[in-house]
Design a protein around this ligand. Structure first.
Ligand code: SF4
Ligand code: SF4
Length: 389
């Protein structure tokens, strides 16, 4: 029996295979079941999970879209970099989720994404907060509305605009940009979610809607260069919006700060006598190759001792919230962030510093749940820098 015949006779979901193949996921058929993906997957530190098995099932059209397992991959990027057959595990899982989404099949833990989707449609953010309040974080700070000709557009993203913990990061960023004399502005009410996480849940329609609205706004406002705080916005604007023939210069705040320091626009004039470790967010490091700039910023700070966790840079351990998992329910015992926080504590770090709103949210939750407030602090890199300039 040929593979095609097998598919026709066995699977009730031939569309899954077609979707995967359309997605450049032809490579599923090259999987030779070596299991390297499973050996590096963070899920296997908290429970049994097999990407190898999911790829096998997808290859033969045996995917069960009711299966909660298809929603587990956090798209951390660890297994694609180890796979000897160049299988596109992430694209394939998103294709499978697209099928589940189109049939409206969501297991209980995944159901919250339906509310997220309607919030995005109504207010342009996943929380269902009013669009009108999007720039409230900047009240009392000298933050202008973006105008054509400004050096950069600063795009804080949903978490930094609405979440009380992450608003502190937006404020620290604005304070640094002000001190460095950067000519920047924000879009305020005109800013929309970048659409990254909802795309990973298989809701392509909502992603396209958000992307098109953002691109239109950028073009109408004469935006050329965008500085983002979230590695997820970075990834989407830089690598996915070009699918719509939109090409803007996009840099992550850590890259921009490193440049400002090197150009002498930002003077560091205080000590930060602490032992810290840096966590590479998956979408900043593995997916976009930004490893050196955050470390470059931190090592310029006098008194700061930077120590590395064993799983760092390309081998960094995922916080667990990529791939749209941030909107799904994760059992306490399945939280990757608990393990990552333990790595940092075991290393003797006083602070775990990172550069992603999802990572900060997860680590802060793990710190609260573990009663670790006196043991370790969680900081965004901008919060560290803002204290020493
Ligand atoms: S690492 Fe690649 S080839 Fe090996 S089982 Fe996983 S998907 Fe298949
Ligand atoms: S991308 Fe990451 S979470 Fe997803 S299967 Fe691969 S290693 Fe696991």
């Amino acid at each position: 029996m040929k593979e095609e015949d097998f598919v026709e006779t066995v699977t009730p979901f031939k569309e899954v295979i077609d979707e995967i193949k359309q997605d450049g996921g032809e490579a599923v058929k090259y999987c030779y079941q070596c299991g390297k993906c499973d050996s590096v997957c963070p899920w296997n530190k908290v429970r049994n999970f097999s990407m190898r098995k999911l790829i096998r099932e997808a290859t033969f059209g045996l995917t069960e879209i009711e299966n909660e397992e298809i929603w587990r991959c956090t798209t951390c990027g660890k297994c694609p970099q180890k796979c000897p057959r160049d299988v596109k595990q992430i694209d394939d899982m998103i294709a499978v989720r697209r099928m589940a989404t189109s049939y409206g099949v969501f297991p209980a833990a995944v159901k919250p994404i339906r509310g997220v989707s309607s919030n995005l449609g109504a207010e342009g953010n996943p929380f269902g907060e009013s669009r009108k309040n999007r720039a409230d974080w900047a009240d009392g700070l000298s933050v202008k509305t973006f105008e054509e000709g400004m050096e950069v557009l600063y795009f804080p993203g949903c978490y930094l605009c609405y979440d009380p913990r992450l608003k502190k990061v937006a404020k620290a960023t604005a304070s640094i940009l002000n001190k460095a004399g950067v000519d920047y502005g924000i879009l305020g009410e005109q800013e929309n979610c970048c659409g990254e996480s909802i795309r990973k849940t298989g809701n392509e329609e909502m992603f396209k809607k958000l992307a098109k609205e953002n691109i239109k706004t950028f073009i109408e406002n004469g935006v050329k260069k965008i500085v983002v705080s979230s590695p997820h916005c970075l990834h989407t604007f830089k690598n996915e919006y070009p699918e719509f023939r939109a090409n803007f210069e996009v840099v992550h705040i850590t890259e921009f700060l490193f440049q400002l320091i090197n150009e002498g626009r930002l003077q560091i004039n205080k000590e930060y006598a602490k032992k810290i470790t840096y966590h590479d967010p998956c979408y900043l490091g593995r997916h976009n190759g930004v490893f050196d700039e955050p470390r470059g910023v931190l090592t310029k700070v006098p008194g700061l001792e930077l120590i590395e966790m064993s799983e760092s840079r390309e081998e960094s351990f995922c916080c667990g919230m990529g791939g749209g998992r941030i909107w799904m329910e994760t059992h306490t015992s399945d939280r990757f962030a608990n393990l990552r926080l333990k790595d940092a504590i075991d290393l003797g770090a006083e602070e775990l510093v990172t550069a992603c709103p999802y990572c900060i949210t997860m680590f802060e939750d793990s710190r609260a749940v573990g009663n670790l407030d006196d043991v370790i602090q969680i900081k965004d890199i901008t919060e560290v820098l803002n204290e020493v300039i």
